[in-house]
Design a protein around this ligand. Structure first.
Ligand SMILES: Cc1cc2nc3c(=O)[nH]c(=O)nc-3n(C[C@H](O)[C@H](O)[C@H](O)COP(=O)(O)OP(=O)(O)OC[C@H]3O[C@@H](n4cnc5c(N)ncnc54)[C@H](O)[C@@H]3O)c2cc1C
Length: 382
């Protein structure tokens, strides 16, 4: 008995209103799925993790991960949903009561979008503590100067959660000190020195290079304590990994659903192709890996929601789920033969989309490095 059957059913019903043709059109036109996002917001799913006292639904990361899974399993793409879910966690855990009252009810109601998260920089890459964007206090405001890359959904968000250096790296004891988190009002910043340059990618994913030229950010938009921002971002990483694992699982099950249906129906050499072990076994193997990753996702989410340490499980879940979804994608495209490459079958689109998860939001090597260092107690490799 699936404890989340009703939740899954609700998301599935909503997703049925956005069939494959909707996602195909968005993909072809590189369009933001506005109608889908509005429906998800109205149904309360995007406010799943916001507590009820701020107008949200007050669910756990487990439920949120299931919501994203169902979106991806339906053939859709939850990339626009997940960011709001995990980005607002920083505000929720580290913002002042005044800040939470100021933003969370509007986010929950869909009046404000907090869907952009600005960490990655061209110079630093995965080495976040070496980021070079600075926020310097000028006696009145912080002034943000620097460059970010691959910052998604900026053109469709009202706020960006920004990580910037407030104390130079040579003046801190640990390089993770001296970084701070800000809520940047994008509507104001665009009039005040923020330049956005879109980056085209292989799938429909609005992402951008950002150039900050002395953008002013008021003190009341600093989240938590100045200089502690890196630990706030790290705090949110486990939730992010569990949510992303949910999306990977959804993709993986989508591929298995579609490929098994196709393999039962497609007849070549007078028999369904699914009768051939060469078609059957890769699907069975990918399914086994998906189920195992699913268990790890559940364990990670349960630990997270009970307030227990979940770093190991969250990292394992993200690693296993992203690899299982990619394995299922490969098996599905092979099962479909030439049709796997035809846009109308949706396999090629989902194939492109699911590949991202081994690179972003965090790459597989960095997850392995976490497991090596923090779980297996091996010397730090980077
Ligand atoms: C479509 C898309 C959307 C994104 N959206 C956002 C966003 O909204 N906000 C945001 O902040 N970022 C975003 N990112 C950035 C993403 O998080 C980074 O691309 C990712 O963290 C990797 O950083 P990098 O691209 O600089 O790769 P690099 O750090 O240059 O790494 C390149 C490769 O080298 C490997 N590598 C590097 N160092 C080591 C090491 N010590 N040991 C082993 N392997 C290593 C990496 O694992 C990777 O495979 C997005 C990226 C993409 C592609």
């Amino acid at each position: 008995m699936d404890a989340f059957a009703a939740l899954r059913e609700g998301v599935r019903q909503l997703c049925q209103r956005f069939p494959a043709s909707y996602w195909r059109d968005c993909d072809r036109d590189r369009a933001y799925p506005e109608a889908f996002l509005s429906a998800m917001t109205e149904a309360g799913y995007l406010a799943a993790l916001i507590p009820e006292r701020y107008g949200g639904v007050g669910l756990g990361v487990m439920e949120a991960s299931v919501i994203l899974e169902e979106v991806n399993r339906s053939g859709g793409n939850a990339a626009q949903c997940h960011a709001q879910m995990y980005t607002m966690g920083t505000l929720l855990r580290h913002g002042s009561e005044e800040q939470k009252q100021r933003w969370l009810p509007d986010i929950a109601a869909g009046r404000l979008r907090l869907q952009a998260f600005g960490v990655t920089e061209p110079g630093a890459g995965s080495d976040t503590t070496h980021l070079e964007t600075t926020a310097v206090w000028d006696g009145d405001h912080y002034r943000v100067t620097g460059q970010k890359i691959f910052i998604s959904r900026v053109q469709h968000s009202d706020y960006l959660l920004l990580l910037a250096r407030t104390t130079p790296i040579d003046q801190v004891t640990r390089r993770s000190d001296g970084l701070s988190v800000f809520m940047v009002d994008l509507r104001e910043a665009l009039q005040d020195g923020l330049f956005v340059q879109p980056i085209e990618t292989m799938m429909n994913h609005e992402t951008n290079a950002l150039f900050f030229d002395g953008v002013s950010v008021p003190r009341e938009n600093l989240i938590g304590e100045e200089g502690q921002g890196f630990s706030y971002i790290l705090d949110g990483m486990n939730a992010e990994r569990i949510l992303i694992a949910g999306e990977c699982l959804g993709d993986g099950y989508f591929f298995i659903d579609r490929a098994t249906a196709y393999a039962r129906e497609r007849v070549v050499f007078n028999r369904p192709i699914g009768q051939n072990q060469g078609i059957q076994f890769p699907l069975a193997r990918a399914y086994a890996h998906l189920r195992a990753a699913d268990l790890m996702r559940t364990q990670a989410a349960e630990r997270f929601d009970q307030g227990e340490p979940s770093g190991e499980e969250a990292n394992l879940a993200k690693l296993l789920a992203s690899e299982a979804s990619w394995e299922a994608a490969n098996a599905a495209i092979q099962t479909h033969g030439g049709y796997g490459f035809a846009v109308d079958y949706d396999i090629e689109r989902k194939f492109r989309e699911t590949r991202l998860f081994q690179v972003a939001p965090v790459s597989t090597n960095l997850i392995l490095a976490y497991i090596g260092e923090h779980v297996l107690d091996l010397p730090r490799s980077y």
